[in-house]
Design a protein around this ligand. Structure first.
Ligand code: PLP
Length: 500
């Protein structure tokens, strides 16, 4: 493809993208294709001869779009949102054009320096403790995902604990002690922390223990619960080295008791690394009304949130902040001769490869920069506030049919979690089955897309309408669909249970 062909193809692709996005409100959110739909429609091997863009482009609409789940639809209310915006897409375009796996500063100084600046901008906007800003001993780095951030800091936490417990030892004695300590390390996370913590413990090769977080505490992990599990770990000879605390759990958007957890760790004399996973809800910290939570991050070892969930930026843009950057770089920095250069050797620059697991990295800061400038802080704030209000609106609709809906939690960070109540005299014991049936029927219709969860043994439906194009009318329609299906399904349920 030469310049002229690129120009023509790019213009046409952009027109097509705009009309795709315009069409989203009227499309089914969920695809109807069956597993394996694609391969039979594609040739069995690479075309031998080059194909012009005019031949390639029509296949997007014909073959790809039918197999898409439309995450950018205003009717996408499942999981958490994964935003994409035009400003951010332009960033992706430039990132592709500059094509630099900028692992070292020297590999493209602008890429590294812009990342440091935009992450400081974001830290400042969110009133994160200054220990997370780059001017001190901490700083931020853009990772691919919140899960990647968890694994990265877990490895740093593991090595920090091993180093502390083997300090002063040498040679074989040290080797033996390291092996012994490694086998006893345990990572902790609440029963509602994201599965990334369990997965991270597997990757880091350590034990993992779950801390209960019940309905009584709003599904938030408390200091007392942490203390109980730490005591059990001690009895079992395990050493807690890492804990995930969550700001906005996946199931209900609960916020763990940060102060209580810090106090417990202090009292128990544990220097476990505390990572705050704020993958979705962290975005709300751009608004002053949520910044009491930012203050509570003081003393935490790391904090991560995804701009690509709720802050108008395309996947992937996970912002990880650490209090001591050396806790990452001292563990993850390995420098073969081909990576050496005068700037890195003299410690004049940041080499983000030492803050992450892979070597190569994408130029993600440019899309963040575009988003921050194109929306401004006021634009980011009004987006968060508008979607939080949409959550409140949905909750008010739910309350207007209190005979049909039970509220498990919310509205919290735009998320409301509901159950469907059986008609009296049907036993409440069938509520889970009823809610599951309603959930499955709604998604089968495909007009809106929702996800389910199970909290405290209760099967529930999560509704989070927080896309930039989502309006009250979409949440009202979602509520109407739930009411239609809910009334229908529970009407079919015989007293005593067992939906027909
Ligand atoms: N942490 C929390 C609280 C989440 O809700 C999610 C995903 O929704 C994740 C982590 C994983 O995010 P990612 O897909 O960026 O790894």
């Amino acid at each position: 493809m030469d310049e002229d062909q690129f120009r023509k193809a790019a213009h046409s692709a952009i027109e097509e993208i705009i009309s795709y996005r315009r069409s989203l409100p009227s499309r089914r959110v969920l695809s109807t294709v069956q597993p394996g739909y694609l391969a039979p429609q594609l040739p069995p091997s690479i075309p031998t001869e080059p194909e012009p863009w005019d031949a390639i482009q029509p296949d997007i609409d014909k073959l790809i779009v039918p197999g898409l789940t439309h995450w950018a639809s205003p009717n996408f209310m499942a999981f958490f949102p994964a935003h994409s915006t035009y400003a951010s897409m332009l960033g992706e375009l430039y990132s592709a054009a500059f094509s630099a796996p900028a692992f070292n500063w020297l590999c493209s100084p602008a890429i590294t320096e812009l990342e440091t600046v935009v992450l400081d901008w974001v830290a400042k906007a969110m009133a994160l403790p200054e220990s997370f800003w780059s001017k001190g001993e901490g700083g931020g780095v853009v990772q691919g995902s919140a899960s990647e951030a968890v694994v990265t800091v877990m490895v740093a936490a593991r090595e920090r604990m091993i180093n502390r417990l083997t300090e002063g030892l040498e040679g074989k004695e040290k080797e033996a002690k390291v092996a012994e300590v490694r086998g006893r390390l345990v990572a902790l996370g609440s029963e509602h922390s994201h599965s990334a913590t369990h997965k991270g413990a597997i990757i880091a090769g350590t034990h993992f223990r779950i801390i209960p977080a019940s309905k009584e505490t709003g599904f938030a992990m408390t200091g007392e619960a942490v203390e109980r599990v730490i005591k059990e770990c001690e009895k079992d000879g395990l050493i807690p080295y890492y804990l995930t605390a969550t700001l906005g759990t996946t199931s209900t958007c609960a916020v763990d008791d940060f102060e209580g957890i810090k106090e417990t760790l202090r009292r128990c004399g544990k220097d476990a690394w505390v990572h705050v996973d704020a993958a979705y809800a962290g975005a709300a910290l751009v608004c002053e009304e949520y910044q009491h939570l930012s203050k509570q991050l003081e003393g935490m070892d790391s904090f991560d949130f995804n701009m690509h969930k709720w802050l108008l930026t395309n996947f992937d843009a996970s912002c990880l902040y650490v209090r001591h950057r050396t806790s990452l770089t001292s563990v993850l920095s390995i420098t073969p001769p081909f990576l050496r250069n005068q700037f890195s050797d003299h410690g004049l620059v940041t080499d983000y490869r030492d803050w992450q697991i892979p070597l190569g990295r994408r130029f993600r800061a440019i899309k963040i920069w575009f988003v921050l400038r194109a929306y401004g802080l006021s634009g980011l704030q009004s987006h968060i506030r508008r979607t939080v209000k949409l959550g409140q609106y949905f909750h008010s609709l739910v309350q207007s049919r209190a005979d049909l809906f039970g509220v498990v939690s919310g509205p919290q960070f735009a998320l409301t979690v509901v159950t469907i109540k059986p008609l009296p005299p049907t036993a409440r014991a069938v509520q889970n089955e009823l809610t599951r049936k309603v959930y499955e029927t709604v998604n089968k219709r495909g007009e809106v897309y929702l996800t389910n969860t199970v909290v405290g043994g209760v099967y529930a439906i999560r509704v989070v309408g927080a896309n930039p194009t989502t309006q009250e009318e979409h949440l009202r329609r979602c509520w109407e669909v739930l009411v239609e299906v809910g009334d229908e399904v529970r009407g079919e349920m015989p007293p005593g249970g067992g939906a027909r």
